[in-house]
Write a protein that binds this ligand. Structure first.
Ligand code: ZN
Ligand code: ZN
Ligand code: ZN
Length: 233
C-alpha cells in the first residue's frame, strides 16, 4: 500500500483504544522509509567540538592559562597553561547527537492520531438558582441509551423537548465532526435527575435549598448557619 493522497490516511489500520476515552498515538506509515546521510555531520558520525573549536585543547582550568599555581608550576598542565579538552577527550570532535555516530538517518512518514471524546450535553428544565455544573456531579436515572457508529435522533420520547434536544445534538455533532474527524462510535443517553426544591424558614426568613441526584446531594446558595453538616438520605 502506498499513501498517495491525504485522504488515504484513513486506510491505515491502527488498533483502536478503549471507546470514549481520550488517547494519542504515533504510527510509522509503511513503505515510506528510506535511509539518508546525516545532515548534521555530513555522514561523518562526528561533529566539531564546540567547546574547543576542534583544537582538542583548552585553557587550563586550574591556573587559568598562566602555567603557575600559587608561585609554583601548575601540575595540571605542566606549566603550559593548556589542557586537554574534557568534552572531546582531545579529539576535537564529538559523537554526532543527531545520528548517534551512525552517519545516516532513517526517514519515514509518521501518522499522529488523536482520539477525542466530544461530549454534547443539554439540560432541560433548568432551575435558575441551581447551577448546571452541580447536575453534572450526580447520577441520574438512565431512561435511554443507544450506541452505534452513528446514532439517530430520538423521535418517540414522551416529552417533545427531549426529542428536539436529541435532534439538535445529533445535527450539531454531525456538522462539527463529520468532515474533520472519523467518528468511531456515538453514544446517546437520556438521564432523569430528580431535583427537589425545598422552602424552609429560619429566624422568620424564608430560604430554599435543592436536593438532587440519586445521591441526594444538597445545594443552597444562602445557607443561614454554616457550622454544621447536613445530610439528607
Ligand atoms: Zn573539544
Ligand atoms: Zn594549568
Ligand atoms: Zn550525524
Amino acid at each position: 500500500m502506498r499513501i498517495k493522497k491525504r485522504s488515504r490516511k484513513w486506510d491505515l489500520v491502527v488498533p483502536v483504544p478503549a471507546l470514549f476515552q481520550d488517547c494519542k498515538a504515533e504510527v510509522r506509515i509503511p513503505h515510506t522509509s528510506s535511509v539518508k546521510g546525516c545532515h548534521s555531520c555530513l555522514r561523518l558520525g562526528r561533529s566539531v567540538c564546540v567547546e574547543c573549536m576542534a583544537s582538542g585543547r583548552r585553557q587550563c582550568g586550574l591556573c587559568s592559562g598562566s602555567g603557575w599555581y600559587f608561585n609554583n608550576q601548575c601540575l595540571a598542565c605542566g606549566g603550559t597553561g593548556i589542557a586537554v579538552c574534557i568534552s572531546c577527550g582531545g579529539m576535537g570532535s564529538t559523537v554526532c547527537s543527531t545520528c548517534y555516530g551512525k552517519g545516516k538517518l532513517l526517514w519515514f512518514l509518521k501518522l499522529k492520531i488523536k482520539w477525542k471524546n466530544n461530549i454534547h450535553k443539554t439540560v432541560l428544565y433548568k432551575h435558575s438558582e441551581l447551577p448546571i455544573d452541580q447536575l453534572e456531579k450526580v447520577i441520574g436515572e438512565n431512561l435511554f441509551t443507544e450506541m452505534n457508529q452513528l446514532v439517530y435522533p430520538v423521535v418517540s420520547f414522551p416529552d417533545n423537548a427531549v426529542n428536539a434536544a436529541s435532534r439538535e445534538a445529533v445535527r450539531a455533532h454531525q456538522a462539527q465532526f463529520s468532515t474533520t474527524c472519523r467518528i468511531l462510535q456515538q453514544r446517546q443517553t437520556i438521564e432523569l435527575i430528580p431535583v427537589t426544591r425545598v422552602h424552609y424558614s429560619w429566624k422568620e426568613k424564608t430560604h430554599i435549598y435543592f436536593v438532587y441526584g440519586a445521591e441526594h446531594k444538597v445545594y443552597t446558595k444562602d445557607y443561614p448557619v454554616k457550622c454544621c453538616c447536613c445530610s439528607i438520605l
